[in-house]
Design a protein around this ligand. Structure first.
Ligand SMILES: CC(C)(COP(=O)(O)OP(=O)(O)OC[C@H]1O[C@@H](n2cnc3c(N)ncnc32)[C@H](O)[C@@H]1OP(=O)(O)O)[C@@H](O)C(=O)NCCC(=O)NCCS
Length: 114
């Protein structure tokens, strides 16, 4: 189930975000978290499986365009369809008509769209 990020989950969210290739450095990770917490166009969601948060998707909305900035799944839960389910579910929260990606998220988002 996709839920909106809450500050109480900050450490878990940072742990998940750190699986993104370009988010390894703590400084970069903190800048990204700050964006989600302060910029109203940046939206962070987490995938809850039973009692655990096992996935994260971060979206920048620009009018009706959703740019998937971050997407990660805990390695123990990969290959179970969670990544794809997050991409599909995020549209229930945001009024986007177009979903697009960054250079980094493109390979997986393209895979989800086909
Ligand atoms: C990318 C990621 C979110 C996928 O999550 P997931 O829950 O395992 O994905 P799903 O189970 O929904 O989909 C799996 C499918 O996507 C494919 N896939 C996995 N990672 C992929 C990637 N980086 N690029 C393209 N396809 C990918 C798998 O081969 C699989 O294909 P299949 O269904 O034909 O066998 C996860 O591997 C991850 O957290 N990676 C590290 C973070 C990262 O690199 N994010 C950016 C990705 S571009």
């Amino acid at each position: 189930m996709l839920v909106r990020y809450k500050k109480t989950c900050e450490k878990i969210a940072m742990g998940l975000l750190s699986f993104m290739p370009e988010e390894k450095a703590l400084k970069k990770l903190q800048v990204s978290m700050q964006l989600y917490e302060t910029n109203p166009n940046w939206h962070l969601f987490m995938w809850k499986k039973e009692e655990d948060f096992v996935g994260l998707i971060g979206v920048e909305s620009v009018e009706d365009v959703c740019v998937i900035q971050h997407i990660t799944v805990n390695p123990s839960h990969r290959g179970d369809g969670i990544g794809k389910a997050m991409v599909n579910s995020v549209l229930q929260f945001l009024p986007c008509t177009v979903v697009t990606s960054t250079e980094i998220t493109k390979p997986f988002i393209d895979k989800c769209m086909n």
